[in-house]
Design a binder for this molecule. Structure first.
Ligand code: ADE
Length: 228
C-alpha cells in the first residue's frame, strides 16, 4: 500500500510515522508513506498557499491551485488516480470498519487542511471522501492524518507480526479487549486471576470472552447495541 500525504507541515507527520511499527513496515517495504509539502507547488513568488476568504470573515483559506498541482504531480507519477481523503471535522467519523475498508485500497492520498480549511472547489474536484477523527476541532489535518494512517496501515497484511496480531483486540469484533496481565504474579497486593495461571486453554478463552462482554457492557454499552 502506498500513502501520499499533502500537508504544509511534512516534518510533523513524517517524524511520527517513521517510528515504531509503522516505521518498521516502511523500512521493510510493506508500505510506503510519503509527505509532500503543498508549498512546493505554489506558483506565487512568495510561495503563498493561502488567501483571505471571499465574503470576509476571520482566518485564511488554502488556495486550490497549489493543492491541485501537488495532486496532479502525484497522479502523474503513479499513473493512476489515488483514493483521495480530506481530513475534516465535517467528514465521516473514523471507525474500525472504515479503517478496514481503506486498508484494501492500493494508493491513498490524504489531504491535510489548515487555517480555515481549503477552498471548496478543491474538495469538489479531487476529494473522494472526507474523514473526521471525532467530534472536536483540531488546528489542522496533520494529527488526524497520522491517526488515520496508523489505523489503516496496521491492517495491511505483514505490517503486524503474529505476536502483534490484531484479531483479538478492542473493536475487532465489536467488543472491548479483555484485561491483560504479565509478571509479577502479585503487584501492590493485587494478584493475577487464577484462571490465567491454570494452563487450561478452553477455560482461559471462555474467561476472556466473558470479560470482554462485561467490560463492553460497563464501559461502552453503545457498542453492544450496535452489535445487535
Ligand atoms: N481537522 C480539524 N479537526 C479535525 C477532526 N476532528 N478530524 C479530522 N480533521 C480535522
Amino acid at each position: 500500500m502506498k500513502v501520499d500525504i499533502l500537508t504544509l507541515f511534512p516534518e510533523m507527520v513524517e517524524g511520527v510515522l517513521a517510528e515504531s511499527i509503522i516505521g518498521r513496515a516502511q523500512k521493510n517495504g510493506i508500505i510506503s508513506i510519503r509527505c509532500t509539502n503543498i508549498r512546493d507547488f505554489s506558483t506565487d513568488k512568495h510561495r503563498r498557499v493561502d488567501d483571505y476568504p471571499y465574503g470576509g470573515g476571520s482566518g485564511m483559506v488554502m488556495q486550490p491551485e497549489p493543492i491541485y498541482n501537488a495532486y496532479r504531480s502525484i497522479c502523474g507519477e503513479a499513473g493512476k488516480k489515488p483514493f483521495v481523503v480530506y481530513m475534516s471535522p465535517q467528514g465521516k467519523v473514523l471507525s474500525q470498519q472504515l479503517a478496514k475498508d481503506l486498508s484494501q485500497k492500493r494508493h491513498i492520498l490524504i489531504l491535510c487542511g489548515h487555517y480555515e480549511g481549503v477552498d471548496e472547489r478543491i474538495i469538489e474536484e479531487i476529494v473522494d471522501m472526507e474523514v473526521s477523527i471525532g467530534d472536536y476541532v483540531l488546528t489542522g489535518g496533520e494529527i488526524p492524518a497520522i491517526v488515520l494512517c496508523d489505523a489503516v496501515c496496521r491492517l495491511v497484511p505483514g505490517v503486524l507480526s503474529s505476536e502483534e496480531a490484531f484479531s483479538e483486540e478492542s473493536h475487532y469484533n465489536g467488543l472491548l479487549e479483555y484485561p491483560q496481565y504479565t509478571r509479577p504474579p502479585e503487584f501492590m497486593g493485587r494478584t493475577v486471576p487464577e484462571v490465567l495461571l491454570s494452563g487450561h486453554h478452553a477455560n482461559i478463552t471462555r474467561w476472556r470472552h466473558e470479560q470482554s462482554l462485561k467490560r463492553t457492557q460497563e464501559k461502552r454499552p453503545d457498542l453492544l447495541d450496535k452489535k445487535e
